[in-house]
Each structure stands twice: as structure tokens, then as C-alpha cells.
Design a protein. Structure first.
Length: 218
């Protein structure tokens, strides 16, 4: 696990200092997956509002009851340059879009016809949660492999930690929110302790670091 501001290669530094439009437009194959729970609603607002409109696609599993995910997606959309929506089943995953797991289903993804698309299912809860971060991150490990960037935000428990390690072992680059900026440091701490995390980052710097790593994966 690396601390914040791990050195970038010369090529990565060059990509990260380009205007975002030229650095990020080609990244249709890169997908960011995010897990969050307690404190996650405000953490997601801060993280997503710092992401430009042409960022790589983002899939989110936030522990939240079914009644609230649609309105939460709408509220995030009003803050963000990216287009935010509650995920549907078998939607093509596109750059510049954020897909929030609905409160009644697990969110994962698959490759179909040369592209990635969302998958929803109502299998039993995993780690007592549906949607579960574990389900999303395990799909990222299996389908995206080195095209994934993982982000573990504030939350109670351990949901997603084991699958985040699988992501890293499959070639993904993973971030965890630091303790000082978390409401609850449970999920990030579990991921860090398992060796699943490449960088531990304050929430206010998360978007910047994620974009820099995304630019390296051109």
C-alpha cells in the first residue's frame, strides 16, 4: 500500500498535466468503481462534483434503502458535470456517466458486443447488504481487470474489502479514503489491512488522484 501522492512516471505526469479534455476523452475502456456506506452520501457528492464531464464511467454501490436511491441520483446529477442516474439493467456503460446501484438490487457489469454493460440482480444480500460493494468489486476484478480503478469511501463494516483485494490482484489500481476525512473508517480500514489498496487519500484530493491514474492508463 502506498501513501498519498505516490510518484507518477514521467509519462503519467505529462498525461496528468494535459487539459482534461485531451487526457481523458480516449478512456472509454477505463471504469471507476466506488463503494460507500455510512457518510457516503456527502462523500460521493464531494468526489463526484470534482469529476469533469468527460471522466471515465463510474459505477457506485452505496448502502441505501430502495426508496431513496432514485432521488439521491437526481440530487447528485444536479451537482455534477457528469450525468448521474440510477442504474438500469443492461445499460451500455459510457464515459461521462455515473451509474448508482438501486436500493433493491446488486449492481455488477459484463462485457457484451465489445462494450461493458450494467447487470442488476436481486440475489440475497452479501455482507448483509444489497446492493453490496463486494458484488460490484468482484465483477470489476473479473470483467475489467486492469481497466478498473477502485475507490473505497467512508463506511461501517467490511463490505467490499475482500473483492477489492481481488481487483488489485487482477491489475486494478485502488484508492481508500483516509481516516481523517471519513465519517466511519471501517470499510477503508478493512481494505487497507488486507493489502487491497494502492493509495490512501483525503477525500478532498480523491478526484484529482483518480484522474491522474486514469490518465496513466491511456
Amino acid at each position: 500500500m502506498c501513501g498519498f501522492a505516490a510518484p507518477l512516471s514521467k509519462n503519467c505526469r505529462a498525461a496528468a498535466t494535459k487539459p482534461l479534455s485531451s487526457a481523458l476523452c480516449p478512456l472509454s475502456s477505463v471504469v471507476i468503481v466506488v463503494g460507500s456506506s455510512t457518510g457516503g452520501t456527502e462523500a460521493l457528492r464531494e468526489f463526484l462534483s470534482a469529476m469533469p464531464s468527460h471522466s471515465p464511467a463510474i459505477l457506485i454501490a452505496q448502502h441505501m434503502p430502495e426508496l431513496f436511491t432514485q432521488s439521491f441520483a437526481t440530487r447528485l446529477d444536479s451537482f455534477c458535470a457528469m450525468q448521474v442516474k440510477e442504474a438500469g439493467h443492461h445499460e451500455k456503460i459510457q464515459p461521462g456517466h455515473v451509474y448508482l446501484a438501486p436500493g433493491h438490487s446488486h449492481l455488477s457489469l459484463e462485457r457484451a458486443e465489445g462494450a461493458y454493460r450494467t447487470v442488476l440482480n436481486q440475489d440475497p444480500p452479501v455482507n448483509h447488504h444489497r446492493p453490496s460493494v463486494e458484488v460490484l468489486f468482484r465483477a470489476a476484478a473479473q470483467v475489467l481487470r486492469g481497466n478498473a480503478i477502485g475507490v473505497m469511501l467512508t463506511g461501517m463494516g467490511k463490505d467490499g474489502a475482500a473483492a477489492m483485494l481481488e481487483m488489485r490482484q487482477a491489475g486494478a489500481y485502488n484508492f481508500a479514503q483516509d481516516e481523517a476525512s471519513c465519517v466511519v473508517f471501517g470499510m477503508p480500514r478493512e481494505a487497507i489491512n488486507l493489502g487491497a489498496v494502492d493509495e490512501v487519500v483525503p477525500l478532498g484530493k480523491m478526484a484529482e488522484r483518480v484522474l491522474a491514474v486514469a490518465a496513466c492508463r491511456l
